[in-house]
Write a new protein. Sequence first.
Length: 342
Amino acid sequence: MSMFLGTVLSKGKVCINATNYIFNMDVMRAAAAVGVSVLDLGGLYKLTKEQLKLDQLMKDANILSIVGMGSDPGTSNIFSRYGVDLLDSAEEIHIRYGSSSSGVTFPFAIDTIIDEATKNAVAVQEGTVLEIPPLADEELTFFHEDVGAQKTYSIIHSELATLPDSFPELKTITYKDSWDPATIEKIKTLHSLGLLQTEPIEVLGENVSPRRQIVSLLQKLLVVKEEPIWGKDSLLVEVKGWKNGNKASVKLELLTDYQPKWKASATQYATAIPASIVAQMIINGEVTETGVKPPETCIDPKTFLAYLNQKNVNLHITYTETVTPNRETANWQAPRFVETEH
């Protein structure tokens, strides 16, 4: 596999690895062997941690590997950096993803979606990284009116693999995503029946992985099923902290829609665009780091936002500052705010 990957990668200047996250390490090693920078769409936290250990390998090859450079992780990390930089001191980052699409949908890799619904989530609480049950901490999140109020749930995500180290001063970091109730119910049913276990079991004298069989069947069956009703997606990042001695908040919300030209859902478009932008930034010499880096430490937020605004998206940035006479008794009342729309 490595020889084949190397042959393919050597034909390009930058590799956008959009394969299943389980192949991230293989692609990175192949990229290092041929001297081609690479970025991926995330490693679902634990694999991202392993990818970061290849930092010296990538430095020795004089190339850059950006871990998690899609929508979230990716744009969410850069939005976090933007908010932290704007404040005098940041204390909290809250990342939320909402969608108005309806029906049982698998907008990206089925394997990844199953993992997100069944593996423990991660959050930073009081400065400590903690594991919490999957789909826990249900919350009603108010997105842009085009998406509306959505129930969001904690799931395992790669932002939590890097943001706590990039911003060690933060006390709270959370990630929550909206899920179609029908999708949740079906995954829970499969999980409870043991049909999502990865360990092989013997069936008629052969070792069979229930998970592999289910994923394979879903991929084939979804091709012939009726299309879901695709709506708009919202990536919402809020950074809270202090500015000018006052409580302050920075919100960045990115809205994407179904793209009929490519028959791409809002989720697919929101994932592909940032990967494309950053790949071009690397080619243009606008990213000069080497080694393994998360987006928040190697991508200039203002440059990225300038490129992002040229795409078919709507970006809303809201800054809120609460004027208070005493920091010890500060609250979130009587705010002054500015909203910009691009």
